[in-house]
Design a protein around this ligand. Structure first.
Ligand SMILES: [Zn+2]
Ligand SMILES: [Zn+2]
Length: 267
């Protein structure tokens, strides 16, 4: 099984509508040397170029090939989605089953440009083609970006949060300090027991059982601050269990409280 990226330009083709309205789509194979390589069962990510709207480009769907490439000489059922002048005369095509669509896009071109491991993907360097074959290594990383953290990732994040594998990851936040009773007492004294991200109040919801309960989050990554002194006023933030878990869910990308708030606001 191989992994591909197929590109569509919303200027010439109504990518969003086509993906949203069809469970099976047909895409052209313009890079003719790939006709022999494409196979049923290959994973194909659909890349919508920004079409002149900066910041909107990226991966908008995951599909799987359900045919071998074949040649069609007339515009097929997707012709209605082509803007005039851009209907190709004859081209190889392949049928794809749409597995999931996320027009946001879920994987943004701008984020990939800043991704250490993925910024050298060909589609970023030479964006003029329709079809790109993705290396196994890049495919695994793209898969992770598309699917999000796995059950195993979640468990590992909790291990990190609990301090069981401290030091194994280069970047993590100061959970050591979050477990310290004195830090916790001072943080609560200074900041109170309301979640600073969503406003959740344990006592309000759980009554007596929740009184004075809140989790304490240490906002500085340890690789940045090696110092052992914690300032509860500036370094510690009270967070409810939900918000705290979401902040730590991806240990490679611990969110700031501000970023979490933006998620809560749906941005
Ligand atoms: Zn919260
Ligand atoms: Zn934390």
């Amino acid at each position: 099984m191989q992994t591909w990226i197929f590109q569509g330009n919303p200027k010439h083709f109504e990518v969003d509508t086509y993906l949203s309205e069809n469970e099976v789509i047909t895409w052209s194979v313009r890079q003719k040397h790939f006709v022999d390589q494409l196979q049923e069962g290959d994973v194909v990510y659909i890349w919508r170029s920004d079409g002149g709207n900066r910041g909107t480009g990226g991966v908008v769907a995951k599909t799987v090939a359900i045919s071998e490439p074949y040649t069609i000489d007339e515009a097929d059922n997707r012709s209605e989605h082509w803007t005039e002048d851009h209907v190709p005369d004859e081209f190889a095509s392949i049928d794809l089953e749409v597995l999931e669509v996320d027009l946001a896009p879920r994987i943004k071109r701008l984020d990939l440009l800043e991704n250490e491991q993925l910024s050298n993907m060909l589609i970023l360097k030479n964006p003029v083609n329709t079809n790109y074959l993705i290396s196994e290594e890049h495919a695994a990383l793209l898969e992770k970006l598309w699917e999000g953290p796995s059950v195993e990732d979640d468990l590992q994040a909790m291990e990190v949060e609990n301090g069981h594998i401290e030091g194994k990851l280069q970047t993590y936040y100061g959970q050591r300090y979050e477990r310290n009773a004195e830090n916790r007492r001072m943080a609560i004294e200074i900041h109170g027991t309301t979640c600073q991200a969503c406003g959740f109040d344990f006592e309000e919801v759980y009554g007596e059982r929740g009184r004075n309960f809140i989790e304490v989050h240490h906002i500085k990554p340890l690789h940045v601050t090696k110092e052992t002194h914690v300032n509860p006023e500036t370094d510690l933030v009270p967070l409810c269990a939900n918000c705290h878990r979401m902040i730590h869910r991806d240990p490679q990308h611990v969110l700031t409280v501000e970023e979490l708030k933006q998620l809560l606001e749906g941005k």
